[in-house]
Write a protein that binds this ligand. Structure first.
Ligand code: NDP
Length: 256
């Protein structure tokens, strides 16, 4: 292993779902900050993953998959000090439209997968210390229409975050990052479902106090800070990064 420099120099990090989107940005940022990073996905290694980043093909929804990810990390780099539970699946359905298979898929990844990964690393981190960041969503705080199970799954992630922080501190810090609208394949898929995708995009931008939609690096920057020693007093919290989207009252201007 080459020696690394930076605020996370030499730390071992696992980022789930780092093959694309927000996860890929987190992988690159933690790696640039000096961490030895392993990431995973259900398919083969993405060709554009930096050579220094280790990859394992595994599904976090199964206990064996989570154990494989943590075991492979230990073989490659040593004991993980950082876990970022980023992998997640979105589903645009109401309760009435949701099948048993839909439920199993979304809850299996977003809830059981996040839980599986935490359960695998906690025995290690309670010994040698560590920081967990769970990627939640503003959908866990305010409900997006027609996303019933996804919204509920992210509320679970926020609750699990608080429980881990109070049960496993002071050795382990655990926080959640709640992204708003971040331009990844997941967000583009959402726009594509709109009757007028371009108008939906303009409307979405107008609702952001910062005047733009989010980029994966906005979330990667937040995660890099949370896992660093600079955030050593932060635990059990859910940090919203949404460009001001949920700061606004739903009342229309000019109503009063
Ligand atoms: P993407 O769909 O672009 O990427 C998700 C990643 O997770 C993929 O690399 C995927 O790889 C991986 N993944 C999915 N299921 C599994 C699994 N069972 N085991 C291992 N890896 C898996 O999503 P985003 O980057 O947009 O989102 C990342 C996180 O941020 C998610 O938790 C999402 O809910 C959250 N979020 C995103 C927002 C946005 O606007 N984009 C807003 C709020 C929250 P593969 O399919 O190959 O397994």
């Amino acid at each position: 292993m080459e020696p690394k420099r930076g605020s996370l120099a030499g730390k071992v990090a696992i980022v789930t779902g780092g093959g694309r989107g927000i996860g890929r940005a987190i992988v690159r940022r933690l790696s640039a900050d000096g961490a030895h990073v392993l990431t995973c996905g259900r398919n083969g290694r993405p060709s554009d993953l930096p050579a220094s980043v280790a990859w394992v093909q595994a599904d976090i929804a199964s206990r064996d998959g989570a154990a494989t990810i943590v075991g492979t990390t230990r073989e490659h780099f040593g004991t993980p000090a950082i876990l970022v539970n980023n992998a997640g699946i979105q589903l645009e359905k109401t309760v009435m439209e949701t099948s048993d298979d839909d439920w199993d898929l979304v809850m299996g990844v977003n809830c059981r997968g996040t839980f599986n990964m935490c359960r695998e690393v906690l025995p290690l981190m309670t010994e040698s210390g560590g920081s967990i960041v769970n990627i939640g969503s503003i959908s866990g705080n305010v409900s997006d229409p027609r996303m019933a199970v996804y919204n509920a799954s992210k509320a679970f992630v926020h609750g699990l975050t608080r429980s881990i922080a109070i049960d496993h501190g002071p050795r382990v810090r655990c926080n959640a990052v709640s992204p708003g609208w971040i331009m990844t394949a997941m967000a583009s898929d959402g726009f594509a479902l709109a009757r007028d995708p371009e108008r939906a995009r303009e409307d979405a931008i107008a609702r952001h106090a910062v005047g733009r939609l989010g980029e994966p690096d906005d979330i990667a920057n937040a995660v890099a800070w949370l896992v660093s020693d600079q955030a050593s007093f932060a635990t059990g919290q859910c940090f919203v990064f949404d460009g001001g989207l949920t700061a606004a009252s739903p009342l229309q201007p000019g109503l009063f």
